[in-house]
Design a protein around this ligand. Structure first.
Ligand code: GCO
Length: 257
């Protein structure tokens, strides 16, 4: 057990953050890097990913990039093998990549249903399945799944997303119970309403904005950087006996009716 000062230190750890060229993933990647980790950024658009990597390197972060689609199991397996060859075994996996396809449930297309389930739920399974063997073999690893308020709560037009995020919460528990004895901790973070590219249209809608500010005990939207403390905790030795939990970082929203 490290001394208190080293409990949250990620020096020497390799972290993979999926969907990290922008938004929450980018903020999480930066936070883990600032805590000492070597961070591998992931996305589907090579140019955008390189831009993100260059910005983080400019701030003194140690980062590499891996372009792959989390829904493509062959691409996932190949990318994980490449990362482990170049950087060494992955100690920390942050399953962050996620999308929205909002539509009223009765009109939701099958394509929009499948796309959201595939990326937000099957993706985390595929990436974790590719990385778990080496974590199990070494007897240590941290998995952080980025869930949502919608892992617990629903609102109209996002049934596909709520189904995926509810599933991801249970996938987190499943990972924890299967792998806890082998030294892996799998936990989740449930961000509340945070200002990102994905929520920009909601925040720009005065009525929705007002509703969120009223509905959130903190009275405001959150910022992506506000997830970093929870992520560093769940990625570090500080959480070695914490498993299968979902930590809400939501300004108190889930606690309020
Ligand atoms: C929406 C939002 C949410 C948030 C987030 C909340 O349409 O209601 O996009 O789903 O992005 O996941 O936890």
């Amino acid at each position: 057990m490290p001394k208190n000062s080293a409990l949250f230190d990620l020096s020497g750890r390799v972290a993979l953050v999926t969907g990290s060229s922008q938004g929450l993933g980018y903020a999480l990647a930066r936070g883990l890097a600032e805590a000492g980790a070597w961070v591998v950024l992931n996305g589907r658009d090579a140019a955008k990913l390189e831009q993100a990597a260059a910005a983080l390197r400019g701030e003194g972060c140690s980062v590499a990039t891996a372009v792959f689609d989390v829904t493509d199991s062959a691409a996932v397996a190949a990318a994980v093998a490449r990362i482990e060859d170049a950087q060494g075994p992955i100690d920390i996996l942050v399953n962050n990549a996620g999308i929205h396809r909002r539509a009223p449930l009765a009109d939701m297309s099958e394509a929009d249903w499948r796309a959201v389930i595939d990326l937000n739920l099957t993706g985390p399974f595929l990436v974790a399945r590719a990385i778990a063997p080496s974590m199990l073999q070494r007897g240590r690893g941290k998995i952080i799944n980025i869930c949502s308020l919608m892992s617990e709560l629903a609102r109209p037009t996002i049934a596909n997303y709520a189904a995926a995020k509810g599933g991801l919460k249970m996938l987190t528990r499943s990972m924890a119970v299967e792998w806890a004895k082998r030294g892996i901790q799998a936990n989740a973070i449930a961000p509340g309403y945070l200002l990102t590219e994905m929520t920009a249209t909601l925040a720009a809608n005065p009525e929705f904005n007002q509703w969120i500010c009223n509905r959130t005990p903190a009275g405001r939207w959150g910022r992506p950087e506000e997830l970093i403390g929870a992520a560093v905790f769940l990625a570090s030795s500080a959480s070695d006996y914490v498993n299968g939990q979902m930590l809400a970082v939501d300004g108190g929203l889930m606690a309020a009716i």
